[in-house]
Design a protein around this ligand. Structure first.
Ligand code: NAD
Length: 499
């Protein structure tokens, strides 16, 4: 079969999946209707039309899924060796490689990212699975010296934490679920995933594919539903050991409170307002597209988007002119349009929120240079916004302080590097950030000076599981990737043996 024939077949499979009457939860290896019998409608953001019905999960569905996950955790899954779990992850990577086109069709229709963008994410996903496969066979404790009289041997063992509640946002669930699934399978934990009510379909499909690939029933479960119902039930469930949450800072606070019931371990990957610092000696051929796509990629719906673009005063005019020229090359379109580089905003409420920030920026005195309005014509029924640029922005304005989560870039001038660092740090958030400069000493000064979880130099947005990615301040805590990620799915047991 040629690649285009394969893609045709996989698209048909995606359509068959999408045509199901109701997308039920996936619990204990089976599709399970919601206890309430209620459904939620999920919408294709490119057309504004209903795409699918999801089970409206509640505490009863979460209870059933947690029981399945606990039973699997205590069952034969616990006897799988690291090599078995590694082989499973390797098999999953092969299957995802073969079926990727099916999954991205579902994802594109569900959350609006263009297939052109999603196709490019395949190497990152396969790399992530390869990382977790390597971690599965790399879990180790230590033997330790001690000061205990007599013949006492001491060591530490690493053991899987247990049942993980995974609460996922809508801005890239196909990829982001694997930060949880990969660590769960590598460590020997089990999970109940609660995807966003706005984009659950790729998570449901992946659970089925993983089950077909040999993941035992109960290891990966998915309960769909609203955050206040299914999400809250998961965060407050007394038999869930740990919550891996990615989402807004506001929801992160609710999760902290709900999880107090049994002192759950938490990983919180929250919002951001990252500063992208362009110095006057930057290579603008790289800095302009880099800074632009650091905001506009995924239509600005990326947690680490560098939405505050700090530009050194002597090059503000040149940078701005070249930015607007670069933006002419961006094509906003339907997520299945092979020529589209940017898709819609996820939903009408999120579009309204972004548009309201455009008004806030204007009212605060910033100058809107480009965009700021919903697109009409053949895109008029979808939630499309033209990428937007504000200039004359000060760091005190709300558009520079609050997370907009849409394609809105603000240009803030600065005089010297110390001022740029001070502006970057004058934020409640600390997620991403970048500096563009041809001077290594300037770049390193900024890297050391900015209080943020991740910094890029002369590039934007690389994430490699071997290196990791994390936040600080209101952007949360806990690393994605690196050995630190695996550590949070394991606990350490200290062992004293008198021989
Ligand atoms: P959100 O906080 O509204 O929802 C995230 C998830 O939490 C959804 O599944 C939702 O149903 C659930 N939820 C909502 N209320 C809940 C509650 N009370 N209890 C339990 N669960 C609840 O976020 P969103 O709008 O889906 O996603 C956008 C946000 O996610 C942005 O703030 C973005 O910065 C952040 N994000 C962060 C990262 C990161 O790595 N730091 C990555 C992606 C997105």
């Amino acid at each position: 079969m040629t690649t285009s024939q394969q893609h045709f077949t996989l698209r048909e499979q995606a359509q068959r999946f999408l045509s199901r009457e109701v997308h039920h939860h996936f619990i204990d290896g089976q599709r399970v209707p919601a206890n309430s019998g209620q459904t939620l409608t999920t919408v294709n953001p490119s057309t504004g039309e209903a795409l699918a019905l999801l089970g409206a999960g509640d505490q009863f569905d979460v209870e059933r899924a947690v029981v399945a996950a606990r039973t699997a955790f205590n069952g034969p899954w616990s006897t799988w060796t690291p090599y078995d779990r590694q082989a499973l992850l390797t098999r999953i990577a092969q299957i995802l490689d073969e079926r990727f086109e099916e999954l991205i069709q579902i994802e594109a229709l569900d959350m609006g990212a263009p297939v052109t963008r999603l196709r490019n994410t395949k190497p990152a996903l396969l790399k992530m699975l390869s990382f977790f496969a390597s971690q599965a066979a790399n879990i180790s404790g230590e033997t330790l010296m001690n000061g205990i009289p007599g013949n006492v041997t001491t060591m530490t063992l690493k053991a899987p934490v247990g049942v993980i509640g995974g609460i996922i946002p809508w801005n890239g669930p196909l990829n982001s679920q694997f930060w949880i699934i990969g660590a769960v399978l590598a460590s020997g934990c089990t999970t109940v995933l609660k995807p966003s009510e706005d984009a659950s379909l790729s998570v449901l499909r992946v659970a089925e594919v993983l089950h077909e690939a040999g993941t035992p029933a109960g290891v990966i479960n998915v309960v769909t539903g609203l955050g206040k119902d299914a999400g809250h039930a998961l965060a407050s469930h007394p038999d869930v050991d740990r919550i891996a949450f990615t989402g807004s800072t506001q929801t992160g606070r609710s999760i902290i409170q709900a999880s107090a019931v049994n002192i759950k371990k938490l990983q919180l990957e929250l919002g951001g307002k990252s500063a992208d610092i362009v110095c006057s000696d930057a290579d603008l051929d790289k800095a302009v597209p880099g800074a632009a796509m650091g905001v506009f990629a995924n239509s600005g719906q990326i947690c680490f988007a560098g939405t505050r673009v700090l530009v050194q005063r002597p090059i503000v005019d040149e940078f701005t002119e070249r930015l607007l020229q670069f933006m002419d090359s961006l094509r906003v379109g339907h997520s299945l349009d092979d020529a589209a580089t940017l898709g819609p905003i996820i939903s009408q409420p999120q579009l309204d929120k972004v548009l309201s920030y455009i008004d806030v920026g204007r009212n605060e005195g910033a100058e809107l240079l480009r965009g700021g309005h919903r697109l009409g014509g053949e895109l008029g029924n979808g939630y499309f916004l033209q990428p937007s640029v504000f200039t004359g922005v000060t760091n005190q304005m709300r558009i520079a302080r609050e997370e907009i989560f849409g394609p809105v870039l603000s240009i803030l001038p600065f005089d010297d590097v110390d001022e740029a660092i001070a502006i970057a740090n004058d934020s409640d958030y600390g997620l991403g950030g970048a500096v563009w400069s041809q001077s290594l000493s300037t770049a390193l000064r900024v890297v050391h000076g900015v209080h943020t979880g991740t910094m890029w130099v002369n590039c934007y947005g690389y994430i490699d599981p071997l290196v990791g990615f994390s936040g600080t301040k209101l952007s949360g805590y806990g690393s994605k990737g690196s050995a630190a990620h695996m550590d949070t799915y394991l606990y350490t047991k200290s062992v004293y043996m008198e021989l």
